[in-house]
Design a binder for this molecule. Structure first.
Ligand code: PMP
Length: 479
């Protein structure tokens, strides 16, 4: 019985019998009872605006009626076929999903988690190219399985045992924290133009908010000099860390766990070309950025004007139902078809109807457009907070994939101490707004709500965030 009075009982059972690796958010973790669209309710009946969507997983809304109805109907009919018998749901879903992807991305594999999807993508890249090394960004998270742990490059997820061989990391072209800047040429409605250090530090006005104005780098080259520097680093990795032939390169369109980190706009396009010149395939991890979240496009890779060879997706694909997918080309798929490849639960009828209902809900509820409108509104409002508060170092992202990087001060850009960030975060929770955290120093707030959030909700969240920052200032003034 998990009635409100039994909060402590529930907590102690969890402590004794559930994986100790599962950390819970907040000093007093929430004991949730139910969810509805962008709202969560705890056992005491308190309502929270969910700005983190179960780590960017609830795409169309908690218990979205259409998705719930589809699942319930299928649960009463047939749960499982292991795909040794045909069931219309998988064909229907594969057709619907691939219609949303450009050529030649037309072959779907269904798995049960993002780690499994990335495992499969790595396996495919290696089989197809007959090469081994897969380059990945420092700061990326691509999964927790032994294979994908090699790609995951955030210290707190590394366990110090041998795993994931053949995954050389390359410098993250992080335009806020990286040595050359370049935040003026990332693809975000808000820009923090700061000192460009690439040619002796010519200065542009800091904290200028640019509305779709393509800022040129202050180094007078006419294009982003910072990008050129990051690309040089990428070439350096190719020349020094990998043999002549590589299996591939994997990247997220915007890094998720690392705190909505964006790259200079043309970085991925140029990097893809370099990878392909060396015989590698390009993998895009859309686990967080896919399904309309970036607003302007359905897939994050489209915002970079690239077409990958393999795309992986999870989380939002099922609105919280455990399912994931890999989509690739016929040619790459054929290399895996030389032998049997099997997944017991991948593509089960319940997952397929859920996935299908999620796609319908995104289209019917206009959620991509909503992500763009509400996300852009939030970005501009948050940029005002950035200009007001010295500790808000950077506001970035696209659509409803937003990062707010907290610093001690804007010039030094040292991460705000974790206890201070934690208190702001707790205060937001106490005022009814749940936000996420990320970044290798835990320094970035992440706002990635269910895509059904409204402008009114955004106003409430912004008010709460502002109040939490004011409280922080008051605490600081008092010490
Ligand atoms: N890729 C990305 C970008 C992710 O954020 C995650 C999960 N945080 C994964 C892959 C792994 O997904 P899963 O937890 O479903 O294995």
């Amino acid at each position: 019985d998990f009635s409100p009075g039994n909060y402590e009982v529930s907590r102690s059972i969890r402590k004794q019998n559930v994986s100790p690796s599962l950390t819970t958010y907040y000093k007093k973790p929430l004991l949730l009872h139910q969810g509805h669209m962008q709202w969560l309710f705890d056992y005491e009946g308190k309502r929270y605006l969910d700005l983190f969507a179960g780590i960017v997983t609830v795409s169309v809304g908690h218990c979205h009626p259409k998705v719930t109805a589809a699942a319930q109907k299928q649960l009463g009919r047939l749960w499982h076929t292991t795909n040794i018998y045909m069931h219309p749901s998988i064909q229907e879903y594969a057709e619907k999903l691939t219609a949303l992807l450009p050529d030649p991305l037309k072959v779907v594999y269904l798995t049960n988690s993002g780690s499994e999807a990335n495992d499969l993508a790595m396996f495919m890249a290696r089989l197809y190219t007959r090469n081994f090394d897969i380059i990945c960004f420092r700061g990326g998270y691509h999964g927790g399985s032994p294979y994908t742990q090699g790609l995951t490059s955030i210290g707190s997820y590394k366990h110090g045992v041998a795993n994931g061989f053949g995954c050389p990391t390359t410098m993250l072209p992080d335009v806020f924290r990286g040595p050359w800047g370049g935040s003026h040429c990332r693809d975000s409605p808000v820009q923090t133009v700061r000192k460009c250090r690439c040619s002796g530090g010519l200065l542009m006005a800091r904290n200028v908010v640019a509305i779709s104005t393509p800022f040129l780098c202050s180094c007078h080259t006419g294009h982003c000099h910072a990008n050129n520097q990051y690309i040089e680093q990428f070439k350096d990795t190719l020349n020094t860390c990998v043999p002549k032939g590589i299996a591939g390169f994997i990247a997220e369109p915007i890094q998720g766990v690392n705190g909505a980190v964006q790259y200079p706009k043309s970085f991925l396009k140029e990097a893809f070309q370099l990878v392909r010149e060396r015989g590698g395939v390009c993998i895009v991890d859309e686990v967080q950025t896919g399904f309309g979240r970036t607003g302007s496009h359905f897939w994050g890779f489209q915002t970079h004007d690239i077409v990958p060879d393999i795309v992986t997706m999870a989380k939002g694909i099922g609105n919280g139902f455990p399912m994931a997918a890999v989509v690739t080309t016929r040619e790459i798929a054929n290399s895996l078809a030389q032998n049997l490849h099997f997944n017991t639960f991948g593509g089960n009828p319940v997952a397929c109807v859920v996935g299908s209902a999620v796609l319908d809900a995104i289209l019917e509820d206009g959620l991509q457009k909503n992500s763009e409108e509400v996300g852009t509104y939030m970005l501009f409002e948050l940029a005002k907070a950035r200009d007001k508060f010295e500790i808000v170092g950077d506001v970035r992202g696209k659509g409803l994939m937003i990062g707010i990087e907290m610093v001690k001060d804007k010039d030094g850009r040292q991460p705000l101490p974790i206890e201070e960030i934690g208190q702001i975060w707790e205060d937001c929770k106490d005022m009814g707004v749940l936000i996420g955290k990320g970044g290798i120093y835990g320094q970035t707030f992440r706002i990635k709500p269910p895509m059904c959030i409204t402008k009114k909700d955004a106003d409430f969240a912004l008010e709460v965030f502002h109040a939490a920052l004011m409280r922080h200032m008051e605490r600081k003034a008092a010490t």
